[in-house]
Write a protein that binds this ligand. Sequence first.
Ligand SMILES: Nc1ncnc2c1ncn2[C@@H]1O[C@H](COP(=O)(O)OP(=O)(O)O)[C@@H](O)[C@H]1O
Ligand SMILES: [Mg+2]
Length: 411
Amino acid sequence: MATTIGTEAVLEALRRVEAPGVTAAANDVVGLGYVKDLAVGPEGASLRLEYPAPLTPARRASAAQAREAVRALVGPDAKVDVALEGRIPTGFVPTAEAMGPRPQEPLAPGVKNFIAVGSGKGGVGKSTIAVNLALGLARAGARVGILDADIFGPSVPLLLGVTRQAYMEDMALRHQAGEGMGPDGQPRLLPYRTHGLLVMSLGFVVEPDKAAIFRGPRVHHALVQLLGDVEWGELDYLVFDLPPGTGDIHLSLAQLVPIAGAVVVCTPQPLALADAIKAIDLFRATKTEVLGLVENMSGHTCSQCGHHEDVFGTGGVRDAAFEWKMPFLGAVPLDARVRRSGDRGRPVLAGPADAEPAPDGAALPVGEADARADAREQALADALWGIVDRVTAVLAEKVRARPRSLPIRRT
Ligand SMILES: Nc1ncnc2c1ncn2[C@@H]1O[C@H](COP(=O)(O)OP(=O)(O)O)[C@@H](O)[C@H]1O
Ligand SMILES: [Mg+2]
């Protein structure tokens, strides 16, 4: 059956499809310019939905919505072809003035976006958020690395279940196999590969008790090595898990590479907010764009009954973000499963490919209690996916709105 629908009508229908992670009033895929190559003819309609971000579950779902919206318009017999694409842009390139002094040779030149995850104080879940963000980005199809820049208290290896010994053995084997040889024939440091991520930590190459002597210039030098001597290759994102506080490491990183943006993690107590302000001030002082705030340990969800209770309060970070005119990137409840999954080296957003196989390969029976637990697990994963959506959408928006500036040549 031939359709007589016009392009305008299809665009009108697509205006009801929202782009995940975009909270601006105009957040539909048409208004944002994500609809490409729209063709409407007697046969039906075809288009491409192109996100400037990786394809998270929500973005995939929006393509299905778009398909349905067009289908409802053209009727059941017409052809509907909606292709989905995630094209990750290179992050915000600061002006030459903002860049300040930089080393001659760019460090990790194959990285499109450096994202820093920081907070004013320790124990707020910075590493947890950084690791889950990296995992989410990777599962959404991006090429992702994570660099544990908390050189005094590296926790990324722990959260991803990698020991120093496993790292050393793996690298020795890969070097033996001829991998990671530099142009000078010398072996380069290789990042560990796990959960679909490239992972590097000073904790892999320095014995734990030696890290304490790292100070000032040595810290800077260690970061230069972790960025420059490591075979990072081509990456869409390299996530930095920063140490707590506002110290040398932030300053060094901001001098060494053009950070596309920083995610500030905070708990809802007023005291924690005061620390977050310090972290934000530091990022601003180093001309690092703050992408927004995450509220972690936002209320408590009981892992037994699912009851949600305010421990540190909820919403304080959201209100602060509003007051400080900054994007709010999402909230994660205080939930024992977050800690347990981290302790087991399998964070919440670790993919099913890494899941332990069920006994005999059979699916475990899902009882009523399990189903409830599954729903809560899903809610937790959704909260973290929401942060992945927001971070990538805000970053894309910054890139789109970036002022015309003297771009720094990065080859
Ligand atoms: N939302 C959460 N619910 C429960 N435990 C959490 C949550 N976020 C982090 N944790 C736990 O709190 C501790 C500190 O988290 P971590 O990510 O190491 O913080 P930071 O990097 O800011 O020091 C860890 O044991 C971690 O598993
Ligand atoms: Mg940490």
